[in-house]
Design a protein around this ligand. Structure first.
Ligand code: NDP
Length: 502
């Protein structure tokens, strides 16, 4: 591994891509800068891989695929466990890289990195337990299915939870016998490169895991379009997800998409108000609102609206916003200048569409040059306004007051998205009835979101296809082969009504 982090200077030197078990520069020799969102300063130059580098990586992964598929599952699991241990050993450096590159404040980055071994161990545990089934067919025949890996899988990663999202798809892919080519987001490549170093140290065979850094429209599109990629997992915007799905469709690759959201947080009048307020704050401020499941639409019952909003504003006033390496910080910057401009633009749109209750500006004392915004709350938001419908991906909440349950459900479901929802009530019947009526891939009752390797995560409607995590993710990284054996001494056993002769 040639990449080194100077934690004091907040600089990284000599980042290279990882292809076929080796560190390498891009064929064209180009790089692009990645910046610290706390300051706007360049941290490192990142290799700008293009289609020829993707080609190299896919060829390496393809060459490694057959041996890896037939490596004992127990041995694949052992490698994943070694990798989990190495992540733990290197957690401090990984957390610093993640904080520096993505804007997660350091304590949160450390928490996220600390959780990553759970995913590696979960899939290590399942590697030798996943299998097919036997089928009762007529005649003296044994019929069964094999669950086989897809082959080479592509993984296009977003910038909001860079390493966690990489691991949540690569861990099952590797455990189930696939070889991987990863394209990290251009804003946050560093933790993927450090992770590749740990994959190397763990002893994974060359070519089983590869990282090509680069731009989405170049390296990302080349990966999705590559005819030797059998499956592609993408997390990011709905718009880019559609592009990736179309590129993959041209060579009929399997696609897993985890896309955008505009998730409702619903507060019933009997809710424990302090808990609901805290969940609402986590819902739209966690990672500065750059969360796919962000609870950016707050549906508050009219009877408790005033009390709720008073508590919400009081809570927001206590939020510590600043440089992610400052120990008191609870909310860091947005990831990039692009995202900062995008969120600021939505705040301006909000001012023309609704009433600004809180925030809307730059936090006092925030470091110069960093991409900081205040938590922002709009009230009197119409369900059909832009801030009520579009994914903002910043710490901006749209409060919508409701009184009738049928209208509430209709408004919650009136969205192109269907990723997640949060419901606050002490009435279990109401909670479960609401959960069943919501068009969303996940519902949390009386709590805020928490992602775990064992619980399926994914979206309805334009929030995605397929599921990450849990048993439900197995189908995303395997294909089914049906095998039947004639156990008779002769060719035909007679009971096969659908078979030959012609
Ligand atoms: P994108 O969806 O464009 O980026 C996600 C990943 O896709 C990145 O690795 C990106 O590379 C890559 N990519 C971009 N264009 C292509 C392409 N043509 N073919 C293949 N891969 C491509 O998200 P943005 O970074 O542009 O963010 C915009 C919005 O997307 C956010 O404001 C937010 O609304 C949403 N988003 C949702 C996420 C989620 O968790 N569901 C995560 C991130 C964003 P590169 O970084 O080089 O562009």
């Amino acid at each position: 591994m040639t990449m080194t982090l100077d934690a004091q200077a907040r600089k990284v030197s000599h980042a290279q891509m990882y292809i076929g078990g080796e560190w390498t520069d891009p064929a064209a020799g180009q790089t692009f800068p990645t910046v610290d969102p706390n300051t706007g300063e360049t941290i490192a130059e990142i290799p700008r891989g293009d289609a020829s580098d993707v080609d190299r990586a896919v060829a390496a992964a393809k060459a490694a695929a057959v041996d890896w598929q037939f490596t004992d599952a127990i041995a694949r699991a052992a490698l994943l466990r070694s990798l989990a241990a190495l992540v733990t050993e290197n957690a401090d450096e990984l957390a610093r890289l993640e904080a520096l590159d993505s804007g997660h404040y350091l304590a949160k980055a450390a928490e996220l990195i600390g959780a990553i071994p759970l995913w590696l161990e979960y899939w290590a545990g399942l590697a030798d337990k996943v299998g097919g089934r036997t089928i009762e067919v007529p005649g003296n025949k044994l019929s069964f299915t094999l669950l086989e890996p897809l082959g080479v899988t592509g993984h296009i990663i977003p910038w909001n939870y860079p390493l966690l999202i990489l691991v949540r798809s690569c861990a099952p892919a590797l455990a189930l016998g696939n070889t991987c080519v990863v394209k990290p987001a251009e804003d946050t490549s560093l933790s993927a490169l450090k992770f590749a170093d740990l994959v190397h140290q763990a002893g994974f065979p060359a070519g089983v895991f590869n990282v090509v850094t680069g731009l989405g429209a170049e390296a990302g599109a080349a990966l999705a379009a590559h005819s030797d990629i059998a499956g592609i997992t993408f997390t990011g915007s709905t718009e880019t997800g559609k592009t990736v799905a179309k590129l993959a469709a041209d060579h009929v690759a399997q696609v897993n998409l985890e896309l955008g959201g505009k998730s409702p947080t619903i507060v019933f009048p009997d809710a424990r108000l302090d808990d609901a307020v805290e969940a609402a704050v986590q819902g739209f401020c966690s990672h500065t609102g750059q969360v796919c499941v962000a609870g950016s639409r707050l549906f508050v019952h009219q009877d408790i609206k005033d009390a709720f909003l008073d508590k919400l504003v009081a809570r927001l006033r206590t939020a510590q916003i600043g440089d992610g390496f400052d120990e008191s910080t609870q909310m860091g910057p947005l990831v990039s200048k692009t995202q900062y401009d995008r969120v600021r633009n939505y705040i301006e749109i909000g001012k023309s569409e609704a009433t600004l209750l809180y925030g809307g500006g730059r936090p006092e004392g925030a470091p110069e040059g960093g991409y900081f915004v205040e938590p922002t709350v709009f009230t009197d938001v119409a369900s059909d306004s832009r801030i009520g419908r579009e994914e903002i991906f910043g710490p901006v909440a749209s409060v919508i007051t409701w009184s009738q349950e049928n209208e509430l459900i209709e408004a919650c479901n009136d969205s192109i998205y269907g990723l997640f929802a949060v419901v606050f009530t002490q009435d279990i019947t109401k909670a479960l009835t609401t959960a069943r009526r919501l068009a969303a891939g996940g519902v949390m009752i009386n709590d805020w979101f928490g992602e775990l390797p064992m619980a399926p995560h994914g979206g309805y409607k334009q929030s995605g296809t397929g599921r990450e995590e849990g048993f439900e993710a197995i189908g995303g990284y395997t294909q089914v082969k049906h095998v039947t054996v004639n156990l008779d001494a002769s060719l035909r056993s007679g009971a096969d009504w659908a078979g030959a002769p012609l």
